[in-house]
Design a protein around this ligand. Structure first.
Ligand SMILES: [Mn+2]
Length: 352
C-alpha cells in the first residue's frame, strides 16, 4: 500500500497513482531527438528516417514494450552553420564533404543530448547518417565523463580526413571522440565543444566486416577492441557480449551506437552502405538485450535507415528491424513482461 494524503487520493485515481509511483521508483524516462542529417554521405533519403519511424508508431512500440516508460519526443534537431566553421572548412577541411554542416549539426546535438540527460534517465538519437554519432556520444561524454561506447556497425567509422578515400564524414565520427586522434583534427576546436574524450579502452566494436586499410592500422595501433563478424562466427554472440562487458569499466554508463547496416542486408536492405553477411535480427536483438540488462545503458543511436533505397517491402523490413532493436533496448522482453499494472490478478480464483 502507498501512503498518501487524503488530498492526493481524491485528486488522483488509483491506477494513475500506482503507475506514477512505479515509474518514479525505476526512474525510466526517455528523451528522443531526431537528427535528419544526411550530409555525412552522398545518398538522399537517410534524413527522412526520424519522421518515418514516428509514422511507424515508434512511440507506441516503445510504450507497449514497457508501459512504465515515460517518453518525451523533442522533435527534430535544428542547427545553423556560422562563418567560423565555413572558414575552417575552406582553410583546412575542403577535401572532405560538408565539414561545416557536420560540425554545426553535431555542435547543436552535443547541447541537446546534455539537455535531455538533465531531464531524462535515458536518451535516443535517431539519424540521419552515422556522422551524428560524434555529437551524440560527445554530448553524452560531457554529461557523463565515465562512459563506455559499444559501436555496433558493419564499418569502423574511424577514418581521419587524411585517410578517407570517399571524403564522407559518416566514416569518421569515432576519430573525433578519441584523445589519441584529436591532434589529427587540430583545426576543429574540439576542446571547445567537446572537451571530454572517450578513452580508447572504453570502446568496443561489434559486427564489423568492411574495414578500410587505414582503419585497420588505427584499430591495431591503439589496441582498440573490435569483434568483427568472423569472431562472432567463431564464438557466438553470448561470448562476444561477455568479452565486451569484461572489457568495459563496470561502473561506467554505456552508450550504444547502432548502425542498421550491422544487421544483414536480408533484414535491413534499405541503407546506404549495406554489406552482406551481417548480424541476424535475432543476434542484433540478443546484443541489445544483454546490454540493456546491465541497467547501464544511458544513450543510444539508431542510424543509417534510408527509405529512398530499395523496394517498398525493403523499406518496411528495414524499419521493422529498427523498431525491434529499439523495442528491446527500451524494455521489451521476449520472455514476457515482469510487471503488470492493469491485470486482474484475481482471475484464477474466480469462476466467471
Ligand atoms: Mn556506421
Amino acid at each position: 500500500m502507498w501512503r498518501c494524503t487524503q488530498r492526493t487520493l481524491t485528486q488522483v485515481c488509483g491506477n494513475t497513482l500506482r503507475r506514477r509511483n512505479l515509474s518514479a521508483a525505476v526512474n525510466q524516462t526517455l528523451g528522443i531527438i531526431g537528427v535528419p542529417f544526411g550530409k555525412g554521405q552522398s545518398k538522399q533519403g537517410v534524413e527522412l528516417a526520424p519522421d518515418l519511424l514516428r509514422e511507424n508508431k515508434l512511440r507506441e512500440v516503445l510504450q507497449n514494450g514497457d508501459e512504465r516508460l515515460v517518453i518525451t519526443d523533442y522533435g527534430n534537431l535544428e542547427y545553423a552553420v556560422d562563418e567560423r566553421l565555413l572558414q575552417q572548412q575552406r582553410q583546412h577541411y575542403h577535401h572532405i564533404r560538408n565539414y561545416a554542416e557536420f560540425m554545426a549539426c553535431n555542435r547543436a546535438l552535443i547541447e541537446q543530448v546534455q539537455l535531455m540527460l538533465q531531464k531524462n534517465s535515458q536518451f535516443l538519437t535517431i539519424g540521419g547518417d552515422h556522422a551524428i554519432g560524434f555529437g551524440s556520444v560527445a554530448g553524452h561524454l560531457q554529461h557523463t565523463p565515465n562512459l563506455s561506447l559499444v559501436w555496433v556497425d558493419a564499418h569502423a567509422d574511424i577514418n581521419l580526413h587524411t585517410t578517407s578515400q570517399s571524403g564522407n564524414i559518416h566514416g569518421m565520427p569515432v576519430s573525433f571522440l578519441l584523445q589519441q586522434l584529436r591532434a589529427t583534427w587540430q583545426h576543429a576546436a574540439l576542446d571547445e565543444i567537446a572537451p571530454n574524450c572517450l578513452p580508447k579502452d572504453q570502446l568496443v566494436y561489434i559486427g564489423l566486416r568492411d574495414i578500410d586499410p587505414y582503419e585497420a592500422f588505427i584499430l591495431n595501433k591503439f589496441g582498440i577492441r573490435y569483434y568483427a563478424m568472423d569472431s562472432i562466427d567463431r564464438v557466438g554472440v553470448p561470448k562476444i557480449i561477455e568479452m565486451t562487458l569484461d572489457a568495459l569499466s563496470p561502473q561506467n554508463k554505456i552508450h550504444v551506437s547502432f548502425d542498421i547496416d550491422a544487421l544483414d542486408s536480408n533484414v535491413a536492405p534499405s541503407t546506404g552502405t549495406a554489406v552482406r553477411g551481417g548480424l541476424t535480427l535475432r543476434e542484433g536483438i540478443s546484443i541489445v538485450e544483454a546490454l540493456r540488462d546491465t541497467n547501464r545503458v544511458q544513450g543510444m543511436d539508431l542510424v543509417e535507415i534510408n527509405p529512398k533505397l530499395g523496394s517498398e517491402s525493403d523499406v518496411r523490413s528495414t524499419v521493422e528491424s529498427g523498431l525491434e532493436i529499439l523495442k528491446s533496448m527500451f524494455g521489451y522482453r521476449r520472455s514476457g513482461a515482469r510487471h503488470w499494472s492493469n491485470l486482474d490478478t484475481g482471475i484464477l480464483e474466480r469462476e466467471v
